[in-house]
Design a protein. Structure first.
Length: 477
């Protein structure tokens, strides 16, 4: 299911890691860690597929945590033992103290195999070592450094305002929004293009809009096809050229082609714009490297904000009191976003590979051990958040008197953007976009979900609804 790409049974009845110092000779090995029962060669694949396979991965691992505790090991796809954690202290320790100078994460098997076969050099997400660190520092300077939200806000807010005005125009002309997910996906892609170009974005033509539409659909298909390959021996799927591999390859081929085409078109006019591409060019990065970074940036960023926005509007459509609160107190929007991302973290799992032998909680783990932080589970654990399955944005407001009923509240148990030096590079872009989008949509529209009952999440690399959501959107008078 997952492949480690590197550059280079005693069950403890301990509910939560206390962070106490344990002597070296008292540490246990991974063999002493709680394990799920598995079979030779196939590991726990039968359990995995019986539970719903890749689409239900977050629920499958959540049930394992309930069964085995906040740290356990499992051979989910055969030979490699994966360590899953859901304890906030362990997660914080992993990202702050243990990931090393060049943090490495786990990449899905199909992506690694595609890169190996076709030699496609990719952007920041696929980089490691000094190459990654050099590029990351440059991007940090322009996207995460204090004050960068000042330049980011201008193109983002304009893109959101244009989206809202076009939505108003469509609705006033009797047009029904059949697929809000698609609209949000296009918005996210437009936001990224505006960030890359700056205030003076390229003139939009019908051809360009059509290309963006095709691109958005192809990226969604990459994630869907990757999930279908979960748990299967991907080398065999490729060797026998099975349909599931062909579909995956076709969607990656198309997405990379369109992303690179857009990237090089934007690079050609870099001196005419003030956006991220212009800023990267001033850092003496070669056009080829800029294109790699930009192409992956476009592919990776669109679905994350689009689906987060979709979950937010689903939750708001079921909580009219929160909607009214936003309309009277706009500052509550940030709490709404935090709460939605606690319940539906766009990445239900965050991964790291230990760069050296490490004392981790009660265990000594070898160099190269893959650690997976179960963000979906930690965000819904009653020990971390009281009433964990309820949508209560006020839990994030220290001054709200209603918090008296909230006994447990551990913010570090909800890490939608991860932590540490390899945390989400697009964090500020996402925060600005989501804040502006929710404010503008709630201010201008009434939204009702017509089929929101019992909606569940599926894992498709990111968390997505298990059905097409039908929204009734009307312009407020």
């Amino acid at each position: 299911m997952l492949r480690i790409k590197m550059t280079g049974t005693v069950q403890l009845n301990v509910k939560r890691f206390k962070g106490t110092c344990i002597k070296e000779d008292k540490l246990l090995s991974i063999n002493n860690m709680p394990h799920a029962k598995s079979l030779p060669i196939i590991g726990t694949r039968l359990d995995f597929f019986a539970a719903g396979g890749g689409l239900r991965l977050h629920e499958y691992i959540d049930s394992r945590h309930k069964q085995l505790g906040n740290i356990f090991a499992e051979r989910l796809a055969g030979s490699i033992e994966l360590v899953f954690i859901s304890d906030p202290l362990l997660m914080k320790s992993l990202f702050i103290n243990m990931e090393g100078k060049y943090p490495m994460h786990i990449l899905p098997d199909p992506w690694v195999l595609y890169e190996k076969i076709y030699g496609s050099q990719r952007g920041l997400f696929f980089m490691n070592g000094e190459n990654w660190l050099h590029s990351r520092r440059i991007l940090n300077k322009h996207l995460l450094k204090e004050g960068t939200e000042n330049w980011i806000s201008v193109p983002v807010i304009k893109s959101v305002q244009d989206f809202v005005e076009k939505l108003k125009e469509k609705l006033n002309n009797g047009y029904k929004i059949e697929n809000l997910e698609t609209e949000l996906y296009r918005l996210s892609t437009n936001v990224l293009v505006s960030i890359l170009l700056g205030e003076n974005s390229m003139q939009r033509s019908q051809h360009y809009d059509k290309m963006l539409s095709i691109f958005s659909e192809s990226v969604k298909k990459i994630f869907q096809d990757t999930t279908k390959l979960y748990g299967w021996p991907v080398e065999w799927c490729q060797y026998f050229n099975l349909k599931v591999w062909r579909d995956f390859k076709d969607s990656v081929d198309l997405s990379l082609h369109l992303a690179k085409k857009m990237a090089f078109e934007m690079i050609k006019t870099k001196d005419q714009h003030s956006g991220l591409i212009h800023k990267l060019a001033q850092e003496d990065l070669e056009d080829e490297m800029i294109a790699r970074i930009v192409a992956d940036f476009i592919i990776a960023a669109g679905d994350t904000t689009a689906y987060t926005a979709l979950w937010i509007f689903l939750l708001l459509s079921k909580n009219e009191d929160v909607v009214e609160e936003i309309r009277t107190k706009e500052y509550t929007v940030k709490n709404v976003i935090k709460e939605a991302m606690r319940l539906y973290p766009v990445a239900p799992f965050l991964t790291r590979i230990l760069p050296k032998e490490t004392a981790f909680g009660h265990y000594k783990l070898k160099q190269g051990t893959p650690i997976i932080a179960s963000i979906y589970t930690s965000g819904r654990d009653e020990q971390n958040f009281s009433k964990p399955d309820m949508f209560l944005p006020y839990r994030w407001d220290r001054n709200d008197p209603r918090r008296e009923n909230i006994v447990n509240h551990i913010p570090s148990a909800s890490l939608p953007f991860a932590m540490g030096t390899r945390s989400c590079i697009g964090k500020k872009i996402a925060q600005v976009q989501l804040t502006e989008l929710v404010c503008q949509v709630i201010k201008n529209f009434d939204i009702k979900c017509k089929n929101c009952k019992d909606v569940k999440a599926l894992t498709s690399q990111v968390l997505v609804p298990d059905r097409h959501l039908e929204f009734d959107i009307t312009v407020r008078k």
